[in-house]
Design a protein around this ligand. Structure first.
Ligand code: NAP
Length: 321
């Protein structure tokens, strides 16, 4: 089949991609959005908010909003102004000449599926998980990867934070605003976090450390009730009665497909030319968590999606139309 041509192709349908779609559609650019498709590894259209329950910090919702409902509203808003949404996952890109080429399905197919003058990348990032059996099912029911998002729900409870890096220290400190006790569980006896973050956590009377320890099981069907922790020096297993577990062992940007096509930083995030969303490739823009390892919020992703659409629109006007 001959490739389909479009002015703007947006890859990824989290808050960044959908906001970019809304802006591009309202600029009469008839964007095409590849929203992805569900996979066994946890990928899904709508991104990370599809895995959350209450979102209470997205402006405009005084009563809060469920993550999937927010994404469904953003999707409807994007469609209302003429975004064409395809439930497919891009498999390959070729940004070496214009128009840019994007494949869906067989990456070895000779013909790309789409030709796009401008591409907006908003493929997001994934929180790295521990890989425990019912971990994904318990997300939003005690298991979380974002203290800023979910800490508020753990008032007066005892919770665990997993990891020994800056994120774990930061999340643990933040969580002591709500929780009665926070146990940081780290697999070694030495933290990776910067000294100042370590010192802050160690000085916090609500924080305790469990060293050389790994979580090997989660108990609870509808909500987390406790976790099984193994000391990797003694092999002793104990049950820790926590109703919250924050996994803070790092994030991985969804950029595998772009390696070699576009400049990535040393952690694999797309390098953008702040304050714009320009990448090092003409006509390719990036927004949301795929280029942001600092803020990682739905609202900051949405804000950068707006910027990407405006950057792409101006670029098209200057270079194509
Ligand atoms: P990180 O520095 O990569 O630390 C990840 C931590 O998780 C490490 O302690 C690691 O243990 C542990 N870990 C990894 N895989 C694990 C597994 N399967 N099971 C148990 N533990 C596991 O990640 P991060 O803390 O998210 O930080 C990422 C970057 O952002 C860093 O450059 C950090 O400095 C920066 N950051 C800065 C701030 C700040 O300055 N305010 C806040 C957050 C993040 P090992 O130590 O044994 O490898």
């Amino acid at each position: 089949m001959a490739p389909q041509s479009t002015d703007i192709l947006i890859i990824g349908s989290g808050p960044a991609g959908l906001t970019a779609s809304i802006y591009a559609a309202r600029a009469s650019l008839e964007p095409l959005l590849l929203e992805g498709e569900p996979s066994s590894t946890g990928d899904q259209p709508g991104g990370q908010l599809m895995l959350t329950t209450d979102v209470e910090n997205f402006p405009g919702f005084p009563e809060g909003v469920m993550g999937p409902d927010l994404m469904s509203s953003l999707r409807k808003q994007a469609e209302r102004f003429g975004t064409k949404i395809e439930t497919v996952k891009a498999s390959k890109v070729d940004f070496s000449s214009r128009p840019h080429k994007v494949w869906v399905g067989d990456p070895d197919a000779e013909e790309p599926t789409y030709l796009a003058q401008a591409v907006i990348i908003s493929t997001g990032a994934k929180a790295i998980m521990l890989g425990l059996e019912n971990e994904t099912e318990l997300i939003g029911k005690g298991v979380s990867t974002c203290a800023t998002c979910d800490g508020f729900f753990f008032g007066g409870q005892e919770i665990a934070v997993i990891g020994g890096g800056d994120s774990a220290m930061e999340e643990a400190n933040f969580l002591t605003k709500f929780a009665d006790k926070v146990t940081i569980i780290h697999r070694r006896d030495e933290l990776r976090a910067s000294q100042i973050m370590q010192d802050r956590a160690k000085a916090n009377p609500k924080i305790e450390f469990l060293w050389n320890s790994e979580v090997i099981g989660l108990n609870g069907a509808d909500a987390l009730e406790s976790i099984e922790v193994k000391n990797n020096q003694t092999d002793e297993v104990t049950t820790l009665a926590v109703t919250g577990m924050f996994v803070a062992i790092g994030h991985k940007p969804n950029t595998g497909m772009f390696d070699g096509q576009i400049e990535l930083d040393d952690e694999g995030y797309i390098a953008t030319r702040a304050p714009s969303t320009y990448t090092n490739v003409e006509g390719v823009f990036a927004c949301g968590d795929v280029q942001d390892k600092t803020y990682r919020q739905a609202i900051s992703a949405a804000g950068s999606g707006c910027k990407a659409a405006i950057d792409a629109e101006r670029w098209l006007e200057a270079n194509v139309h």
